[in-house]
Design a protein around this ligand. Structure first.
Ligand SMILES: Cc1cc2nc3c(=O)[nH]c(=O)nc-3n(C[C@H](O)[C@H](O)[C@H](O)COP(=O)(O)OP(=O)(O)OC[C@H]3O[C@@H](n4cnc5c(N)ncnc54)[C@H](O)[C@@H]3O)c2cc1C
Length: 451
């Protein structure tokens, strides 16, 4: 009876229904024999684990849509290691105030292994277009506050364990967490796992592994005249010296630059590649002072399983980062929002219990329909162009083409499949083959890709 009361209180107590345990106490195993087949008289209750762009976007939509929502973030004051570049469409789509943007990048340079440099953007970007660069601490805290003002309960706490009695039943799930080292627990109807690349939620639902790149980045404060060079400019470097399978970057931030690189296939050598990019930009960062060094995994592809029972993964936890560009902020926010909307729809505004089928139909299927081809296409590009120095030379050569630049910006900035013109597309295909032939990689890549 006591266990029933505890579980009942956890599930149905008024907000905030947190059970605080004394520091020496272990959380009691909850008797979860009650079933929550009906939720009449209360709202559906969701836990969103992780307060990055994915979690905050999910929490905002859930709370605004009538679901009682708890957003957990273990360390709101630390900044996620990130380049901070977002597509222009995200500003409008997610109503991000322009004053949060540190830099409006209007010029990009892409630099080949032989130091062939192509200007990307100065001729092709329209006067109102730019790549917004933000600090993640600024963006994340804005998105979290907005979720709160829409009604989400924000909990600064580390989720340590999740108790799932049975994925196929409608019994509640219990979130064990610590707040200031005090153990607490909360029973919920459903969970959105937005806890990043090392997701605990993914482990709980046995989501399967994905391969990860490791990204390494130094934030460097430059002397004023050197910083002026990067005022509205971002640089991308390719070559075996800076990464065997990705690119290295110099991105301008508010008062410093982020200089970094990534790799999947040679993660143990990441510091060698970081030295490589520092060497390539030696003159440009001379006199600079390193103010922060950071490293973090970047998922390479979606996990084999992203939904189980009433648990759904979003953002990096699900594996939504595009190859080739390593872009994940927009896809995190978008997947969080789509997942939140799916739950609100299936629960009719928080009035009904949802099921695994609802999540698969309303969230997963929609996501895959919208984005699976984008992810596959960028995967193919990475394999063709990043695998060898010859491929990278071909990539940089192609980037000089105005049509390629316009198509790239249309797809990146607006996240829509760019509608090309037929003659332009024919020229693009011919130029691609021409560049690859010149770089003697076509035959070898055809073999690899079994085209
Ligand atoms: C060096 C680097 C550079 C990058 N540059 C770019 C770029 O320029 N543009 C771009 O689009 N993408 C970039 N990315 C990718 C981008 O950072 C991620 O795709 C994005 O952060 C994913 O957002 P998310 O909300 O899914 O996860 P995250 O941002 O990782 O957020 C997860 C949150 O969950 C919290 N959390 C985790 N576990 C728990 C727990 N147990 N309890 C409570 N809270 C928990 C974490 O503290 C974190 O705040 C870069 C990545 C790296 C590593």
């Amino acid at each position: 009876m006591a266990a029933f009361t505890l579980a009942h209180n956890l599930l149905f107590a008024p907000t905030p229904p947190l059970k605080t345990l004394k520091p020496h106490q272990k959380p009691k195993p909850h008797n979860l024999t009650i079933t929550a087949t009906s939720i009449s008289g209360r709202k559906l209750r969701a836990a969103v684990i992780g307060g990055g762009p994915a979690g905050s976007s999910a929490a905002e939509v859930l709370a605004a849509g009538g679901v009682e929502t708890f957003l957990f973030e273990r360390s709101p004051s630390t900044a996620k290691p990130c380049g901070g570049a977002i597509p222009l469409c995200m500003i409008d789509e997610f109503s991000i105030p322009l004053h949060l943007v540190d830099r409006h990048v209007t010029r990009m340079k892409i630099i080949s292994p032989s130091n062939l440099t192509v200007d990307f953007g100065s001729r092709t970007l329209k006067s109102h277009e730019f790549i917004p660069m933000l600090r993640r601490e600024v963006l994340d805290s804005f998105l979290r506050s907005r979720a709160q003002s829409n009604g989400a309960h924000f909990i600064t706490g580390l989720v340590t364990d999740i108790e799932v009695p049975d994925f196929s039943s409608s019994k509640p799930y219990v979130i064990h967490h610590t707040i200031n080292n005090r153990k607490q627990s909360l029973a919920v109807d459903l969970i959105v796992g937005a806890d990043g690349a090392n997701s605990r939620v993914a482990k709980i639902i046995d989501a399967g592994n994905y391969s990860c790149a490791i990204a390494f980045q130094e934030r460097i404060k430059l002397p004023d005249e050197k910083m002026e060079y990067y005022h509205d400019l971002a640089e991308m470097y390719v070559g075996n010296d800076v990464s065997p399978d990705f690119y290295a970057w110099v991105f301008p931030k508010c008062d410093h630059v982020a200089v970094g690189t990534g790799t999947v296939c040679a993660r143990q050598n990441i510091k060698v590649y970081q030295r490589g990019i520092r060497e390539r930009v030696r003159e440009k960062i001379k006199g600079g002072k390193v103010i922060k060094v950071e490293a973090h995994p970047i998922p390479e592809h979606p996990r084999p399983r992203r939904v189980r029972g009433r648990v759904a993964l979003v953002g990096d936890a699900a594996g939504y980062v595009t190859k080739c560009s390593g872009e994940g902020i927009y896809f995190a926010a978008k997947s969080g929002r789509m997942c939140g909307e799916a739950i609100v729809k299936a629960s009719e505004g928080g009035e009904k219990m949802i099921s695994e089928e609802d999540l698969k139909r309303e969230y997963l299927r929609e996501w895959d329909r919208k984005y699976v081809n984008t992810f596959r296409f960028l995967d193919l590009l990475q394999r063709v162009f990043y695998g060898s120095n010859a491929g990278r030379e071909a990539l940089v050569e192609l980037c000089g083409d105005e049509y390629v630049q316009r198509m790239t910006f249309d797809s990146y900035l607006y996240k829509k499949l760019a509608a090309g013109d037929r003659w332009g597309d024919v020229k693009l295909v011919l130029n691609t083959f021409g560049s690859l032939m010149r770089c003697k990689v076509l035959g070898r890549e055809m073999e690899t890709l079994k085209l």
